[in-house]
Design a protein around this ligand. Sequence first.
Ligand SMILES: Nc1ncnc2c1ncn2[C@@H]1O[C@H](COP(=O)(O)OP(=O)(O)OP(=O)(O)O)[C@@H](O)[C@H]1O
Ligand SMILES: [Mg+2]
Length: 251
Amino acid sequence: MTSIRLASVHKTYPDGTSALRGVDLHVPEGSAFGLIGPSGAGKSTVARLVEGLERPTSGEVRVGDVDLAKLDEASLVAQRRRIGVVFQHFNLLAQRDVARNVALPLELAGVPRADRDARVAELLALVGLDGLAHRFPAQLSGGQKQRVGIARALAAKPSLLVLDEATSALDPTTAANIVELLAELRKKSPITMLVITHQLEVVRALCTHVAVLEHGLVRESGLVSELRAELLPGGGAHGRGRNELLFSEAS
Ligand SMILES: Nc1ncnc2c1ncn2[C@@H]1O[C@H](COP(=O)(O)OP(=O)(O)OP(=O)(O)O)[C@@H](O)[C@H]1O
Ligand SMILES: [Mg+2]
């Protein structure tokens, strides 16, 4: 398990786009932290900073005890291996079967063949894909592809999982099944999840915490258990208006 801390983070891309304008965020160890907000708010930028794929223009990004700015390139590569990443469009390798897609991070980490095979079998069982080890991505449904993506992300036993719109390319039923799988994974082993989504139902079903990012700033944040009642299941409020708050002003 790993916490994440962003302190006064600004990110301006080389073309001058100001994506983050002073973001403070604390993702507690073991939480499932939902990050929501409109398109262009800076959600994926936060993910890329946490993954060490981008560096902040100013401010501090800490993952666990590590201040990412203090790492050289080699340490950053090692740090990235400790984070599992799940993508919206799965990013599977078409020429590798399911087992070899899942095995990829283990190959890169130099895990011996026998250990790799055992770990892959364990992971496929965990995500409900036993029997499909030798299918190729083109022979899988979207939901099955995302199960492969999740198994691959978990292969190296990361303490942090970053999911950027992991269920957004799936139909609602399949998305709900994937969310259920992620919730089960959290019960089985403690892992911190940063869950980027535009689906409030994902936050309700999976997350412990949620923050709303707008125009590169955290607009509000809090515990999912403290979300306004009408936003909770059975509350009847579906499409949340852009200017509506998740939490009551009082809380
Ligand atoms: N590599 C880049 N170079 C320049 N601008 C970028 C780059 N990546 C993102 N941006 C800009 O930064 C802002 C934030 O983008 P980001 O991808 O973080 O948003 P997002 O919240 O993930 O949006 P979405 O919900 O559409 O995925 C946007 O204005 C975007 O156009
Ligand atoms: Mg994005």
